[in-house]
Ligand binder design. Structure first.
Ligand SMILES: [Zn+2]
Length: 66
């Protein structure tokens, strides 16, 4: 059974990142710890590469919006 990867949005700074499925994660951007339950989960997959692609696409779109 593979690992599950989540694309989550940090509730503190809005940074989108890939984390392994767990109850809590630490944002690499602002350094704050958040619970997955209290965060926006944008995508769930067992494929680490796919998770990174989705996170990159979301960030790309956010840049285009300005
Ligand atoms: Zn953050």
């Amino acid at each position: 059974m593979g690992r599950t990867y989540l694309v989550v949005r940090c509730p503190h700074c809005g940074n989108v990142m890939v984390v392994l499925a767990s109850k809590r994660f630490t944002c690499r951007f602002c350094g704050k710890e958040s619970s997955v339950a209290g965060s926006q989960v944008l995508f769930t997959t067992n494929d680490a590469r796919r998770a990174r692609e989705v996170a990159a696409n979301i960030k790309e779109r956010a840049r285009e919006r300005g």
